[in-house]
Design a protein around this ligand. Structure first.
Ligand code: CAA
Length: 260
């Protein structure tokens, strides 16, 4: 399928998705959000995609936020609908049955920081900058920022960032646990591909089950969470890839997973 504001490419078992409105620093308008949702659906249904890298087109921005020119004249009902749309898309990304690495190549502000947080893993270019500037625009974060930032970096740090609207550099984002690693800008995509390559070598169904167990388990109490893990663990034993992975280990040979 052809998209206007999103570039979707496949490289073997890897999908690379780029938000593509560089003139507006990849700001997310409704059209882009809807296209991103279609891409997520396409990837979800594609058995050959084992991992996803999400990044921004151009030199400057990952995503500089939700589109302010679209939001400016919204009333309360329309504002809620726009937030609901963004939240639906980001939740679909978070629940996607494949791991997603955000390669944060520049500004990740407002909805951009929120988009990165809806991914599983964040690698930042040393040039990347992060902020939740919404309160300075007269709104709250609207695509999950009040919730995911607090869960990722803790309540105190999330409140500081959201109340002050401070913009932080990549090394500070790393220090507080907002990103997994920081790399030189020219190495960003390569680093993301190396990490994706390591993931792709493993059994895709097992990786998907790990993702779901972590995501769901983090929202449960520990007893329910370990019960959920037991379900995921058990389910893997119904896969051909579990037999292959363990047989290959015993036979001291390379494994050949089939995503079955
Ligand atoms: N929405 C719409 N357009 C945006 C945008 C946004 N979030 N961010 C940047 N742009 C546009 C600018 O309007 C400008 O367009 P024109 O060339 O037509 O004037 C173009 O992108 C380039 O931007 P700048 O000229 O401002 O570039 P700069 O280098 O001087 O500054 C910046 C870069 C610091 C990122 C600055 O653009 C900026 O502060 N952007 C807004 C960041 C922001 O507040 N994001 C949060 C939005 S609210 C939100 O996301 C709500 C939510 O939670 C869902």
């Amino acid at each position: 399928m052809e998209y206007t504001n999103v570039i979707f490419e496949k490289d073997g078992n890897l999908a690379i998705v780029k938000i593509n409105r560089p003139k507006a620093l990849n700001a997310l308008n409704s059209e882009t959000l809807k296209e991103l949702n279609l891409v997520i659906e396409e990837i979800s249904n594609d058995k050959d995609v084992y991992a996803v890298i999400l990044t921004g087109a151009g030199e400057k921005a990952f995503v500089a936020g939700a589109d302010i020119s679209e939001m400016k004249e919204l009333n309360a009902v329309q504002g809620k609908a726009f937030g609901t749309l963004g939240n639906k898309v980001f939740r679909n990304l978070e629940k996607l049955n494949k791991p997603v690495i955000a390669a944060v190549n520049g500004f990740a502000l407002g909805g951009g920081c929120e988009l990165a947080m809806a991914c599983d893993i964040r690698i930042a270019s040393a040039k990347a900058k992060f902020a939740q500037p919404e309160a300075g625009l007269g709104i709250t974060p609207g695509f999950g920022g009040t919730q995911r930032l607090a869960r990722l970096v803790g309540e105190g740090r999330a409140k500081e960032l959201i109340f002050t609207c401070d913009m932080i550099k990549a090394d500070e984002a790393y220090r507080i646990g907002l990103v997994n690693k920081v790399v030189e800008p020219e190495m960003l995509l390569d680093e993301a591909k190396v990490m994706a390559g390591k993931i792709i070598k493993n059994a895709p169904i097992a990786v998907a089950q790990c993702k779901e167990a972590i995501n769901r388990g983090m929202q449960m109490d520990i007893d329910d969470a370990i019960a959920f893990e037991a379900e995921a663990f058990g389910l893997c034993f119904a896969t051909a890839d579990q037999k292959e992975g363990m047989t290959a280990f015993i036979e001291k040979r390379d494994k050949n997973f089939q995503n079955k």
